[in-house]
Design a protein around this ligand. Sequence first.
Ligand code: EPU
Length: 341
Amino acid sequence: MEDLGTRVPLAPYTTLELGGPAACFASAHDVASLTRLLAHAEEREMPVVILGGGSNLVVADTGFDGLVIAMRMRGVTTTRQGDVVLVEAAAGEPWDELVDRTTLEGLAGLECLSGIPGLVGATPIQNVGAYGQEVADTIASVRVLDRVEKRVVELTPAQCEFGYRDSMFKRDPERYVVLSVVFALVPDGAATVRYAELARALEGRPRDVRTVRETVIALRRAKSMVIDPVDPNRRSAGSFFTNPIVDASIADALSAQHENMPRWPQPDGRVKLAAGWLIERAGITKGLRRGHVGISTKHALALVHHGGGTTTELLALASEVQDAVRARFGVELHREPVLWR
Ligand code: EPU
């Protein structure tokens, strides 16, 4: 049996550095060890959660009363298939190492997703996106362990039901464990330059995938969205809320009252608003402090932990932000990171 730790502190496994212990903790290095650990938990009727890079995770101060399985599967394989290169990366591969490697090879499709913390296996779950790209644009298939059927299956993108920061995995979190993800990337392909801020930053520069990667990292760094050990905003989970999507009539009414409110039309006719903008205009300023937690000095959408704090404090601040935006704009903000309690 795999090494099973008990009462293992989870805070060091999260980028927020918050939260209590796991009742049990073990690492899965391959499908066989993952299967053994799941069976062990099932026999004991222990709840199970899967740990990736911990960069989109909030753990309660009381910890998690079950088994935490850390995904440690590694490996990347590359196959040419017609006009594309299929890159299969194991769930435990660090995401940004994959982006670094594929952009070095001149493969297009992941360049705008540079500088994002976490592991490959988590990316399909919330359909990670940034600067005009999301993983759903290039995912060819996702290999998963089906915990109900107890077998490995390959899911198509349609079966994953991707949406904005959303997928079938998020709606049915108990069912599958992601083992690896296959991305279809384009050799010597054009970089995606869709996001206005990125296009501005690239003015006068070449638009190859390597330059786009460097530019995205610089933009993220300026917003404290790259994990940097000396950045005082470093303990965060990135965006703490998703950008709200509202009916066009609501967006129009708000635009009429607030000149220059950022808004992006969605394919279904609704409108995405900028949560960071709403938060600031609701009076929650960058750099605000509440005890040991606060708002990032660089981006109103990131809640940060300054050390020595608790998840209770963080969640109280999150509620304060939601209440302020609701009171000022009548818009509901939804938490982006996963919460274990
Ligand atoms: N804004 C403000 N104040 C702020 C922050 C932003 O007014 O403090 C305004 C900006 O001026 C801009 C708009 O809000 O007009 C959008 O801001 P930004 O370009 O920084 O992007 P975002 O919508 O806040 C999203 C993603 C990020 C991703 C960036 C870039 C979500 C929840 N967040 O943020 O993803 O990096 O776009 O594409 O969709 C994450 O999910 O953890 C994450 C960091």
